[in-house]
Write a protein that binds this ligand. Structure first.
Ligand code: ADP
Length: 470
């Protein structure tokens, strides 16, 4: 510490409170209390959770930079440089993580160490201790704001998003299958970008439901806060998997695909209703519960040949082409006999065993491939022996795919289209599209494009100036 001398100019004067910025953490304006009685500087944060490999431990936390505005929270992550036992002014001592960050005050910028502590309700979100103050700093305990003032305005505008630095994200892939191409690619690509990606087995998550603290538990502990969840929910665990996602949504975690969209897209009936509501072209489709209506059902879709689909069909396994009215009636009566739910659909003959898979990430089609069925098969599923090649899609097809993904609010979707005589028809919207076929067919790094989207979406959200009434 320097003592005040006559050399006013080269000295840096601070009052007992100052506006500061921590640009490396995405905190462009905060009021700090300058306290030479304290050795270490401290940042008041919450959800302080260490993560990442032991060789390079990090900590994820969030800060409410505006006192009283808990609706604004800035998520941060930083490397842990130390752990320190700190005794605060009220005599309590606690172990805290220490991080290093640049601080900006007036026209100066320099690195400081900060301990992270969770002490809600403090008027100052930051405490600047003497260790962070250089030799030429003079603290004038009777003055306030000797350095230029900043303002909280940036948190009310989109600027808060723009000043958010690239940071290490903690991401969970919800999947029952850690070894599939899609899961291993999601982990490898995320890690190559410096993020920490954990694979969580959906079926082993369990939940405590109460009004105060929505949580998800796993292996005897509460799951931490993630920056993003990438759901890869298999058809067999849709109901439980979406319940887990809903829990993360309640906590406020960004989920690439939401529970409602996954649920609706999985149920063929519901999915067709949503597509129809959004006026998205699809093959004429009919369903009925009563056997009395079989004849009407068949004529509703224009008669034979027609397609009968089991509602829970995936990979083309429950899709039947009935060439004649007689065949259609017997397939329908067989399905009814098995108490299976199904729908009846106009057969788009001119599609000729081909469909187009459009991969939508965010609000863009990032890749498209044409799948052709095995010789003599009207189904183009790769699982049924089909093969895929990259394809150029038309503007109409592109727009339709984007609208279909948006109708289910999916940020990662495989939209299947058929090319019919009167334009593209959406067949299905898949919320856990396989990534292997499309990456291999098109040679594109689709997972990388997904991470671009995630990195964009996890940035902080500005809050309105006046607090919204609840
Ligand atoms: P799944 O969900 O089991 O894959 P789909 O509805 O995607 O079932 O159908 C599987 C395949 O059958 C499609 O990729 C397409 O090639 C073909 N197909 C399905 N419905 C029709 C239809 N209405 N007209 C023509 N071909 C169809």
């Amino acid at each position: 510490m320097s003592t005040g001398t006559a050399l006013a100019d080269p000295l840096f004067r601070l009052g007992w409170e100052e506006w500061v910025a921590l640009p490396g953490l995405g905190l462009p304006a905060m009021k700090a209390k300058v306290d030479t009685g304290a050795r270490t500087s401290a940042l008041h944060a919450f959800d302080i959770e260490p993560f990442g490999p032991a060789s390079r431990p990090r900590v994820r936390f969030a800060v409410h930079p505006i006192p009283g505005r808990e609706d604004l929270s800035i998520p941060c992550s930083a490397e842990i440089v130390d752990r320190r036992e700190v005794t605060s002014s009220n005599g309590d001592s606690e172990w805290r993580f220490v991080i290093r960050s640049e601080i900006e005050v007036g026209n100066r910028r320099w690195p400081i160490d900060l301990t992270l502590t969770h002490r809600g309700g403090m008027a100052y979100r930051m405490l600047l201790g003497r260790q962070a103050l250089g030799e030429d700093v003079i603290v004038s305990p009777v003055d306030s704001f000797c350095q230029p003032r900043l303002s909280y305005e940036v948190y009310h505008t989109d600027e808060v998003r723009q000043v958010a630095p690239a940071r290490v994200l903690r991401i969970a892939v919800l999947s029952r299958e850690p070894h599939t191409y899609s899961t291993t690619r999601l982990v490898a690509e995320g890690e190559a970008r410096g993020h920490v990606v954990e694979v969580i087995d959906t079926a082993r998550c369990y939940m405590a439901l109460d009004a105060l603290t929505p949580e998800v538990h796993y292996d005897g502990t509460r799951l931490p806060r993630y920056d993003a969840i990438i759901p890869r929910i298999g058809a067999s665990v849709t109901s439980y998997g979406t319940a887990v996602i809903r829990q993360f949504e309640t906590i406020g975690t960004y989920c690439v695909n939401g529970s409602d969209g996954i649920t609706a897209s999985r149920d063929k009936l519901h999915a067709h209703q949503i597509l129809a509501r959004h006026r998205i072209g699809m093959p004429t489709t009919a369903f009925a519960a009563s056997p009395k209506d079989t004849g009407n059902l068949i004529s509703l879709v224009g008669g034979a040949p027609l397609i009968v689909k089991l509602l829970e069909s995936t990979q083309g396994k429950g899709v039947v082409l009935a060439e004649t009215k007689k065949a259609a009636e017997s397939v329908i009566s067989a399905f009814r006999g098995l108490k299976a739910s199904f729908l009846v659909q106009h057969f788009i003959k001119e599609a000729a065993g081909e469909d187009i898979r459009c991969l939508v990430v965010g609000s863009r089609v990032v890749a498209a491939m044409k799948r052709t069925g095995a010789e003599g098969d009207f189904r183009s599923n790769l699982h049924q022996g089909g093969h895929a090649v990259p394809v150029r899609i038309t503007r109409d097809e592109r727009e339709m795919a984007i609208r279909a993904a948006r109708a289910f609010r999916l940020n990662l979707a495989g939209v299947d289209l058929l090319r019919s005589a009167d334009g593209p028809k959406v067949l299905e919207v898949n919320s856990s599209p396989g990534l292997e076929g499309i990456e291999k067919a098109t040679g594109k790094n689709i997972v990388g494009l997904l991470y671009d989207e995630i990195e964009k979406r996890v940035r902080p959200v500005p809050v309105p100036k006046a607090r919204r009434r609840k």
